[in-house]
Structure formats: C-alpha cells, structure tokens
Write a protein that binds this ligand. Structure first.
Ligand SMILES: Nc1ncnc2c1ncn2[C@@H]1O[C@H](COP(=O)(O)OP(=O)(O)OP(=O)(O)O)[C@@H](O)[C@H]1O
Length: 339
C-alpha cells in the first residue's frame, strides 16, 4: 500500500481549475517533492489530501484511508504530521502552551529531541515570534508524535541557512527510520539534496513524476571548456551539443591572448566529445550535472503551452534539451492525452 494515493484528483474553483485529474502515488519510506510555480495547484492538492477541501472529482487516500470518509480521515490523521505553508497558532499562547495542547491531542514521543534541534523560544507568546520562530515551532508540532507520514508545505520557508541545513539532515535521518515525506518546495537545491522522486505540477496538471536522478540524467551535462587556441564553432557541431555559448579573448590586448571558452549542454556520448577535444590544448574542462533550475525552466519556460506540448508529443519529439513543451511531453504520467 502506498502512503498517499491520488486518482484523478480534480478541484474546480469555477474560474480556476486548480487540480485537473492529478494522479500519482507516494510510496512508503520515500521523500517525495511536489513542485510547481506559484498558483500551480500544490496547496490545493495538499488541502484536499487533508480533507480541508472536497475534490470536484477523483479520490485521495492517506495511509490507505479514504479522506472523503470522516472516520477514515481521522484515523489516518493520527499517524500523520502536517506543516502548513503558514502555521497559524493561537497568538496569545506561549510556545510551551501550544506544545502542551498538541501533546494532549496527538501525544508526545519526541518533543525534547526536536526542541534541541529547532529551539523555538517556548516562553514567549506566539505573537512575538518571528516568521522563522513560527516555522521552528511548526516543525516541532509536526514531528512530536512520531508520525508515519508527514506532509510539509514549504517546510524551510523563513528558516536561516543553518536551520535549513539542520532540517535537511534531520529529514534524511527520518527517512532512515522509515518515515514517508511529501513536501512542496520552490527551493531546488533542497529538492535535489533530499528527494527520491518529484512530481511537477503546472496549471493544475501533473506534467511528470520521476526520480530526481532521471530528471537530471535526461537534462544532460553542463560542459565548460577552455582551450589555449580558439576552436571554431563548426568543430563543436557534435551530436548532443546544445545551447553553445562562445567567448573568446582573442584580440584582447590585456587579457590572456587567444584563449577561448565554451559553455554548452551535452546529451551525447562523452567519449566522442573528448575525442574531438583531444585535438586542442585544453586549459580547463568541467563536465557536471545540469542545474535543476535549467531542468525546471524547460517545464515552465516560454512556449511551453499545452497545445504545443500536444503537437510535439504527436510528432514523437524526445530531445530532452528541446523546449518546455517537449520536456512536458516526454515526462507525462497523466495518460496519453493529458499534457
Ligand atoms: N479558495 C479558492 N478559490 C478560488 N481559487 C482558488 C482558491 N484557492 C486557490 N485558488 C486558485 O487555485 C490555483 C492553485 O492555487 P494553489 O494555492 O493550490 O497553488 P500553489 O501551487 O500552492 O501556489 P503557491 O506556490 O503560490 O503556494 C491558483 O490559481 C489559486 O488562485
């Protein structure tokens, strides 16, 4: 049984179709990132999962329980931790009073350990808390009853870099203990560090669900080459070279003379590329994974319209470095006609 099961989840607000046939599972023990630009529909999915809003169509199950059934939802929620995008605590209560309240409702297995890690100012009323302190208190209340599954909406927003790092390490440790994590984020470095798989939503529609590693693999490598002598662009017309940028210092009087630098995305055979480069005296060469930002730009970038996606799909386009529409088409999970 998957920890989260969504089947055709649809939420129609009238003017906006906030979720449109969203279908995916989150397996037990994985860290699953739910990504998308502002207004894509992430919070709508999360709020539906928690029973705060009813779907227009489709089903959602949490830990095997149907969230549209009040009794089943309640059962699932006992084993669930939830951190909303802006935790709303009673402003007049102190952090300690809030923890006591949560302990009386859900139990308290590990607040001591969590307080050592996240350290919110417990003796002050919440109205005096900074945004970061509210988030720290939220993290303690989310994990204190030792849930099996946590749903986190932008969990590190408001946390300083040290706390973000601490949170990342903490979450990794929890995965080792078998915790399932579903979280939405805009912070791609965090997603890359933490997630096993990601689901990407755009305009209410799921455009892909896949392992972070395969997303990065398909996106190719970022190659930087610096040579002693200029190489003509034609020499780099090799299968798999895309977005070639070319900068030469040749002719500059004060810079190092005749150096040439190229930056490009490469999806071809690295051996072929290296063979070509052997003809030149290299000053520097790095081959690294494309930044996740670049991958996401292809999903959200200009021209990634639904119509274009459909056209590319029917044309069988599979070039991972092509425009956003193509990327959406190759990554579809919603069925043949969905992207
Ligand atoms: N109660 C509502 N009534 C009408 N439209 C709504 C309502 N709640 C959300 N929407 C709309 O549904 C769409 C999806 O919103 P949602 O909050 O799910 O996006 P999101 O991906 O979580 O965005 P963000 O990253 O900014 O939090 C948006 O266009 C939003 O304006």
């Amino acid at each position: 049984m998957a920890a989260i099961e969504l089947e055709g989840l649809t939420k129609d607000y009238g003017e906006v179709l906030a979720n449109d046939g969203v279908t995916f599972d989150v397996e037990q023990g994985e860290i699953f990132g739910y990504l998308g630009p502002n207004g894509a529909g992430k919070t709508t999915t999360i709020r539906t999962l928690l029973g705060f809003i009813s779907p227009t169509a489709g089903t959602a199950r949490l830990l095997g329980r149907d969230v549209s059934d009040e009794g089943e939802l309640l059962e699932a929620k006992r084993r669930l931790g939830y951190l909303p995008d802006s935790p709303a605590f009673d402003e007049t209560a102190t952090g300690r009073e809030i923890l006591d309240l949560h302990a009386s409702i859900k139990g308290d297995e590990r607040s001591e350990e969590l307080l050592e890690l996240f350290d919110p100012p417990l003796d002050r009323p919440v109205r005096e808390y900074s945004r970061g302190n509210v988030q720290k208190l939220g993290l303690v209340t989310t994990f204190m009853h030792d849930p099996e599954l946590v749903i986190l909406d932008e969990p590190t927003s408001g946390l300083d870099p040290l706390l973000q790092q601490r949170f990342t390490a903490f979450l990794r440790g929890q995965r080792e203990r078998g915790l399932t994590v579903f979280f939405s984020s805009h912070i791609l470095s965090e997603v890359r560090r933490l997630c096993d798989r990601v689901g990407i939503i755009r305009d209410g529609r799921l455009v892909t669900v896949e392992p972070v590693a395969s997303l990065l693999d398909r996106s190719g490598k970022l190659v930087r080459v610096r040579t002693a002598d200029p190489i003509s662009r034609d020499a780099l017309e090799i299968d798999g070279v895309h977005d070639l940028e070319f900068e030469s210092d040749a002719g500059s009087s004060d810079g190092p003379s005749a150096e040439t630098e190229y930056v490009f995305t490469f999806t071809g055979d690295v051996n072929v590329l290296l063979e070509r480069l052997r003809e030149y005296r290299l000053l520097d060469c790095t081959i690294e994974e494309a930044p996740l930002e670049e991958v996401f730009m292809r999903f959200y970038g200009d021209g990634a319209t639904d119509g274009a996606a459909r056209d590319d799909r029917s044309a069988g386009g599979t070039d991972p470095t092509a425009g956003g529409a193509d990327r959406m088409a190759t990554g579809s999970v919603n069925g043949d006609d969905d992207v």
